[in-house]
Design a protein around this ligand. Structure first.
Ligand code: GTR
Length: 421
């Protein structure tokens, strides 16, 4: 079994490396393209006010991203239940309160449960919070023996040889470099995190996870215009928000959804759809996240759909090597977050995610923020590395590779405090 897992991982890594090697990283080879204007409707009307943005343009953009990119959610849950399964008022050396909350989604007599791990600053009655998925289990975010280790992925998927090797005791705190929990708490913020594998295991299989609850008859996979994995991850963030907005310990008007990479794509989509999220942070989200698809720099639509055929709707595959046919681009996903604060961050060595494409996307979303009298990215010239621009729309490119670092969190915290306090 172990050898199988290893070789599957190796094969996957080699495929991705191969795709990364043939990708375009030459700015002079970026094709000329027409970028759709966020303030012109599909039927060519000009949007001049925030009211017509909200009534006319925003809905048609949402429709397009839903049916052609991430896929629609096929209905609503029959019931959602929340249960605090563990709590402590003396976590993190007495600085924080810890809550572990089980969310149970019920649909068509089937259920799926996942855990939200919450740390809240002890000295604040109702804390603003960052909410974001983790890749390897809640217990990897910080070394805290009370964190419940997920069983979801390994339980469901042993049969096909994919296990998440970090769902172990030894892995406690193994990803703490990506989560500045103490800094967040010191700043008076809370952190809510969820292991994304509990929602939909990250593999090309639609028989399990959240999707399967919504099937009718002998359905085995979503319809062409229905949700992929990113859609499912995004939807479950909103269900976490259902809990957070009811919690007496959370400032529901200050929940900032955060995500790295594929989970950054999910955070952006969740933030675009669900206006209860007060702000959104995209860390190295790349293709299908913050980066403009039409630049075809680094990862392209065809490559992402080939390597991860289950992340987006089936319809999105129409745009493989046909980005020019897309009547939207990702700057319009960012614009859907307006007028709420948005932070897009890149890493210098993360060319696969196209830092320049992520920056330009934030720049081109700015016209919509201006409509609301909010300040976005003022110039199309990229700032130097490690020199954040922090307006309602914020951007930085830091030194280093595809990752979430202490530096990233320091910027997010500083910006959040400025935007929300
Ligand atoms: C890569 C993928 C990216 C990004 C990344 C990640 O392999 O091509 O789009 O999502 O994974 O999630 O770390």
């Amino acid at each position: 079994m172990k050898t199988y897992v290893l070789s599957a991982c190796l094969l996957f890594a080699l495929q991705t490396m191969n795709a990364q090697n043939i990708a375009n990283y030459d700015e002079s080879k970026v094709p000329e393209f027409d970028l759709p204007d966020p303030l012109t409707t599909f039927s060519n009307d000009k949007i001049r006010t925030s009211a017509s943005w909200k009534e006319q343009r925003r809905p048609e953009l949402i429709d397009f991203f839903e049916s052609q990119v991430y896929g629609k959610v096929p209905g609503t849950a029959d019931a959602i239940a929340f249960e605090v399964v563990e709590e402590s008022n003396t976590a993190l050396n007495g600085l924080a309160r810890r809550r572990q909350v089980k969310v149970t989604v019920r649909k068509n007599e089937r259920t799926l449960s996942y855990l939200i791990l919450l740390y809240l600053p002890k000295n604040i009655a109702k804390a603003p919070i960052f909410l974001g998925y983790n890749f390897h289990g809640n217990h990897t975010v910080i070394n805290d023996p009370a964190i419940i280790i997920s069983e979801a992925w390994s339980l469901n998927n042993e049969s096909i040889g994919i296990t998440n090797h970090m769902l172990t005791e030894e892995s406690r705190g193994m990803r703490s470099s990506r989560w500045a929990v103490n800094k967040i708490i010191e700043a008076g913020y809370g952190l809510a995190t969820i292991y994304y594998g509990e929602i939909d295991p990250d593999k090309n299989d639609f028989t399990d996870g959240l999707h399967s609850l919504f099937y009718t008859g002998d359905q085995k996979r979503p319809a062409r215009d229905e949700w992929g994995a990113i859609g499912a991850w995004a939807w479950a963030l909103s269900r976490a928000m259902d809990y957070l907005e009811k919690s007496a310990e959370v400032d529901r008007s200050k929940v900032i959804v955060f995500g790295h990479s594929r989970l950054g794509k999910a955070a952006l989509w969740a933030g675009a759809m669900d206006e209860r999220f007060a702000g959104v942070i995209s860390n190295d989200s790349g293709c299908g996240g913050a980066a403009l698809s039409k630049r075809k720099f680094g990862e392209t639509v065809a490559q992402i759909n080939k390597n991860f055929p289950y992340w987006f709707s089936e319809n999105f595959k129409k745009y493989n090597n046909a980005e020019e046919d897309l009547i939207v681009d990702q700057h319009e996903l960012l614009a859907l977050i307006a007028p709420r604060p948005l932070y897009v961050a890149s890493a210098k060595e993360d060319e696969w995610a196209d830092p320049r494409g992520e920056f330009l996307s934030a720049y081109y979303a700015t016209s919509v923020y201006s409509l609301f009298g909010k300040k976005g990215i003022p110039s199309n010239e990229m700032p130097p590395v490690n020199s954040p621009i922090q307006n309602t729309v914020a951007y930085h490119i830091r030194t280093g590779k595809h990752d979430v670092t202490e530096y990233d969190w320091e910027q997010y915290i500083k910006w959040a405090v400025e935007q929300f306090n």
